[in-house]
Design a protein around this ligand. Sequence first.
Ligand SMILES: [Zn+2]
Length: 267
Amino acid sequence: MSESDIKFIRNNYKTMTYSEIAKVLGRSAGSIKDKARKLGLNKVRVLTDNEKEFIKENYKTMKYKEIAEKLNISTDLLKSKMQKEMKLKRRITIPHHYTDEENEFIKNNYLNMKSKDIGKKFNTDANSIHNQLKKLGLARDSTWSGEKHPNYQGGIAFEPYDSNFHYKFKTLIKQRDGFLCQKCGMREEDSKTLFTKGLAVHHIDYNKKLTIKENCCSLCLRCNSEVNSNRKSWTLFFQSILSEKYGYKYEEGKIILNIDGGQDGKS
Ligand SMILES: [Zn+2]
């Protein structure tokens, strides 16, 4: 290939196709392509605004292959342009067709399984399960209660809070505890900074209906979630702390209320 041929390639590889150049130089398109590659001339296909507009308008409904053919580029190039340059992501949702068995499975398990987990079983996603639940008339809603609730844990953790358990009571407990987490000692202010939430008031025996000061203490968010396991030993742990600090009495995890001493539990 002569110097002038090479010069021609250099000057025109960006605007002419290889076969067009080949025609001019009387060579094969393949040899032009080879030469260009050897010269380090990567033919960068720049999409025009119109072409980009076309992609934007059609990428959701047309196949990559169809768009690529229209623009006379390869599907690989199209994909890379869409992803890297145009930041367009095509979400391909393959509709899942539910078999009778799957529908049956959903009916039997939607109350105690998460949509996401059911979805995994059927190789689909939570959204699809959610839609299917609706179709089956099984839409999850807030009317779940008791044993039917997906978070049912033996009737303890999710019983509705006692009506006494309002803001005032919580504040009283936190005041009593000096606004400190009774497990790690974190201050209420620090809890707010760290967790964007103040201290929680924890039910020591996990019975949320037993909302009395002997059964409640302040915990930061982290400790509050830590005490979800090993419940028995945590109950005893906090009871011994409150017993020491405030003179409350417990026996084998049960609260001993001093009736004579009135509501205060003090004699
Ligand atoms: Zn804590």
